[in-house]
Write a protein that binds this ligand. Structure first.
Ligand code: URP
Ligand code: ZN
Ligand code: ZN
Length: 475
């Protein structure tokens, strides 16, 4: 099966030129100014951009949390991703204490197998417990294509890992070429703040923000980087939301430490005024970390522009307002943490980032596709438009307007955090390994087209500094 995309403006992290793209089956096989070949389908992309499909390295489908589960499964969640111009997602098997890493992975393969993903799916491993020989399972995990860990410094008494486990995970990452992702917030401090707020009768969702201060994030970011440095391992901070946290990342990078961080649209586009909404509406914004005061947004955009922030992921973690968020109607700490977002990322970042002059078009591609593909062992199959790469492509009309709304949303969740927001620029075609899966806002792909993707190891940059600072004793 041959397809030709003609006349589009190809934008990668570094290129910007008009050319035709020839696809054979699942792969881009040639790029040229003009082709004279027989094809099965011609897609006219003139006047539009041809972008590499988005890589969203932070989504939670079927995630168990606070006694419930995120409402998107791998079918609906990947369909929502298609709507947003994303062609690869990385989700998180969650190790419960006492369970092995491979046992956890097998369980999540079972869940994925029950669903019918529309696009390719990878896994990071959430680690809570490395006792009793579980570290011996790490090489097998790498063989299975799971080349990153995630640990939580928050959510005391549930997901939170202690410092020994965190350090062990970083050491194993360094030894086996994994990248460790950190949810960086000081869980102990937050736990006390939450208990005090509740004891004082402060039970409404606005206290979610008040009990998770930016300082608690910044302190944990600093600590995570220091622990990673002691292990000689790279670190990736997830959902960074605050200017003071970013300063720690920037400082570490300036010192030659392999510290990376992502932010998410909710921190670039929403601010803490959402917590003043009446009638429990604020529960829609109970995600972690919370939306911050507006001035943080400028710092985050600067971080993206100058590479101290490497990625915009979504942390898509959807819970329905009608029933799931209401679990915390009398106690904000019982509101399941998380919000939807997988389908708005490209449009928001294009409109509020590129059109607003905050980042360039090339940088947009970099933070939404190329860098996550590189950091998480998917490049160059994913993350660029090049000969030999998977034909994961988005044709994007930069002038097509759309109003974001739950009405046109694909996710099963019952609200949008961007309801009524007009954006300029929309995907018109979404192509996953050569197959059209999205067309003008509709998901048209075949359920089950998506596959589990094994990822390569994370390659550490040759800064030298990380190696110099290794102080641990090799096992
Ligand atoms: O609120 C959030 N982010 N929920 C998902 C779990 C996490 O912290 O990533
Ligand atoms: Zn998190
Ligand atoms: Zn998350």
């Amino acid at each position: 099966m041959r397809k030709l995309i003609t006349g589009g403006r190809i934008i990668t992290a570094v290129d910007d030129y008009v050319a035709d793209v020839l696809i054979e089956d699942e792969t881009v096989v040639a790029i040229a100014s003009r082709f004279d070949v027989e094809v099965d389908e011609v897609i006219d992309a003139s006047g539009q951009y041809v972008l590499p499909g988005g890589v969203d390295p932070h989504v939670h489908f079927r995630m168990p949390f606070a006694g419930t589960e995120t409402v998107d499964d791998f079918t609906s969640g990947t369909a929502a991703a298609v709507r947003g111009g994303t062609t690869t997602v990385i989700d998180f098997p969650l190790q419960s204490r006492g369970t092995g890493l491979i046992e956890t992975l097998d369980r999540w393969h079972g869940l994925l197998g029950q669903d019918q993903p529309m696009i390719d799916v990878g896994f990071h491993m959430i680690v809570s417990d490395l006792s009793n020989g579980k570290l011996d399972e790490v090489p097998r995990l790498v063989d299975e294509g799971v080349t990153s860990f995630k640990l939580f410094m928050a959510y005391k008494d549930s997901l939170m890992a202690d410092d020994s486990t965190i350090f062990e995970a970083f050491c194993a990452s360094a030894d086996h070429g994994l990248l460790t992702m950190m949810h960086a917030e000081n869980g102990g401090v937050i736990d006390v703040l939450v208990r005090r707020a509740l004891a004082a009768g402060r039970t409404s969702p606005k206290y979610h923000e008040a009990t998770r201060p930016a300082k608690a994030e910044a302190e944990a970011v600093h600590s995570a980087i220091a622990i990673a440095e002691m292990a000689g391992a790279p670190v990736y901070i997830v959902h960074l939301s605050a200017e003071e946290s970013l300063r720690h990342v920037a400082q570490a990078r300036a010192n030659g430490i392999a510290a990376y961080a992502e932010t998410c649209p909710q921190y670039l586009f929403l601010d803490n005024s959402v917590y003043d909404l009446p009638d429990f509406e604020a529960a829609k914004y109970v995600f972690t970390p919370p939306a911050r005061a507006k001035h943080h947004q400028d710092a985050l955009w600067r971080g993206l522009a100058f590479d101290d922030l490497a990625v915009v992921s979504t942390d898509h973690c959807p819970f329905c307002f009608a029933d799931q968020k209401r679990m915390g109607i009398d106690d904000f700490s019982k509101i399941p943490n998380g919000g939807p977002g997988v389908e708005a990322r490209l449009q928001l970042v294009h409109d509020g980032g590129v059109r607003a002059g905050r980042i360039t078009l090339n940088r947009m591609v970099d933070v939404l596709s190329t860098t996550p593909a590189k950091l998480f062992g998917l490049f160059p199959k994913k993350g660029t438009v090049a000969v030999g790469s998977d034909a994961d492509l988005v044709i994007f009309d930069p002038n097509k307007r759309e109003t974001l709304s739950v009405e046109s949303q694909v996710s099963k969740v019952d609200y949008s955090n961007y309801e009524g927001r007009e954006v300029v620029g929309s995907p018109t075609w979404v192509i996953s390994r050569g197959a059209t899966v999205g067309r003008n806002g509709k998901v048209v792909g075949a359920p089950g087209h998506g596959r589990f993707i094994k990822r390569a190891q994370h390659l550490q940059p040759l800064t030298g500094k990380v190696v110099d600072t290794v102080i641990r004793v090799q096992p």
